[in-house]
Write a protein that binds this ligand. Structure first.
Ligand SMILES: Cc1cc2nc3c(=O)[nH]c(=O)nc-3n(C[C@H](O)[C@H](O)[C@H](O)COP(=O)(O)OP(=O)(O)OC[C@H]3O[C@@H](n4cnc5c(N)ncnc54)[C@H](O)[C@@H]3O)c2cc1C
Length: 373
């Protein structure tokens, strides 16, 4: 019996656990710091629905898919990785392995590292939604006259459109200022993404400011510095949504083209990585997206099977086929097949729903991903 340990049960860890546990000669142990899997792609919808609708207990998943689960936060360092490889064992959980998968994802850039916020200010980021802590600030939210959004990435966009729907329930239309350090929203995507999203702001009492760096946040204001004019300006602000982006956690784990961990002049034969924490040196994409996390997980799972059978491994060469962003009820934008092929409005919304449903289907046992496994 080959023993597989997977550290991190997000999109990539869970996919690997389910695929590898199908093998009768593999015993799979999934380790996660939390007790439930969270479908982060749906996090912005928790404005309207309870978080538990997007969570699934790891113990239930383990029973359903025939793997074991342990709730534990494991401390990963370069020294630990070398030790674990040498001993074929993760000492912190006292478990030996034939193969180890690292799939610890990404973590939000810490708000404290980019801005000083006074004790009495209300600042909401991903962590407040992952823990449902934002609900402690509902009173401030529905009484706010001025709201700030900081960060021009996909999370900011998805959350702002859900916030509109949430506030509409209370017939509220506060002034919202949207700040980004870049020249436009979603600066890594074609300009049409910015134009479409921006065109909706005018109906929502929302004002966009590019090239702005946040300096400080207090209970009723936000101080921003213009990166072009080099002057600072204070805006009234009762609540700040802060989405400064994410970075690989605990650090970027480099792999070869097969997904095996590498360090300068060393290949870890039995340790693989997948998902947002990993960077594959291959022709495949390394975007921090669910689609790439799924494909990396499927590649390394097949490679672990092949390696255990002394067969050649498969090179990761998957290219992203599209990227979609939800903009609230029946609206969205995204690209399909190549970045200039852009879909808007209801068609984009439907594609986005279908992509997310694919992951939901997978955790209920229906594998609709088409590939080799
Ligand atoms: C709000 C939000 C919206 C998103 N929307 C989209 C979208 O629309 N489309 C898209 O393609 N992508 C989207 N993404 C990105 C997508 O969710 C990620 O790319 C994907 O989840 C990465 O999967 P992963 O397995 O690498 O990491 P994750 O899914 O983040 O899972 C990592 C897991 O590791 C666990 N873990 C971390 N550290 C430890 C440790 N030390 N010990 C034990 N367990 C640990 C965590 O608890 C977690 O369960 C979104 C992300 C967020 C946060």
């Amino acid at each position: 019996m080959k023993k597989i340990i997977i550290l991190g049960g997000g999109v990539s860890g869970l996919i690997s656990a389910v695929l590898l546990a199908r093998r009768i000669d593999f015993e799979v142990l999934l380790v996660d710091k939390n007790e439930s899997f969270l479908n982060a792609l749906r996090l912005h919808l928790t404005f309207q629905e309870p978080l538990k609708n997007y969570q699934k207990s790891f113990s239930d998943l383990a029973n359903k898919f025939n793997f074991k689960f342990l709730q534990k936060e494991v401390h990963i360092t370069n020294e630990n990785l070398l030790k674990w490889e040498r001993e074929s064992s993760v000492d912190q959980i006292n478990e030996r392995f034939d193969y180890l998968i690292l799939s610890t994802g990404a973590s939000q850039v810490s708000p404290e590292s980019i801005v000083s916020a006074s004790q009495d200010s209300v600042v909401l980021g991903l962590n407040e939604f992952i823990t449902e802590g934002w609900k402690d600030s509902i009173y401030q939210l529905i009484s706010a006259e001025n709201i700030s959004f900081v960060g021009g990435g996909a999370s900011s966009v998805q959350f702002i459109f859900e916030l509109y729907s949430y506030l509409e329930k209370y017939k509220l239309k506060p002034k919202i200022n949207f700040f980004t350090m870049e020249d436009r929203i979603l600066s890594s995507l074609p300009n049409v993404f910015h134009e479409y999203i921006h065109s909706k702001f005018k109906y929502k009492n929302t004002y966009f400011y590019s090239h702005q760096k946040i300096k400080s946040i207090t209970r009723d204001s936000i101080l921003v510095e213009s990166l072009q004019a080099k002057d600072s300006r204070e805006f009234p602000s009762d609540i700040t949504f802060l989405f400064p982006g994410v970075r690989p956690f605990p650090f970027r784990l480099e792999t070869n083209e097969f997904g095996q961990l590498i360090q300068p002049s060393h290949v870890f034969q039995t340790i693989f990585a997948a998902g947002d924490c990993s960077y594959f040196h291959s022709s495949g994409d390394n975007s921090m997206s669910a689609q790439i996390a799924v494909r990396k997980a499927r590649t390394i799972s097949q490679n672990i099977i092949n390696h255990s059978e002394n067969q050649s491994m498969k090179i990761f060469n998957y290219k992203e086929l599209g990227y979609f962003i939800s903009m609230g009820g029946l609206d969205g934008i995204g690209w399909m097949l190549f970045p200039m092929n852009v879909l808007f409005g209801p068609p984009a919304f439907v594609v986005k729903e279908l992509i997310e449903k694919q992951l939901e289907f997978f955790v209920t046992g229906l594998d609709t991903y088409v590939d080799f496994m």
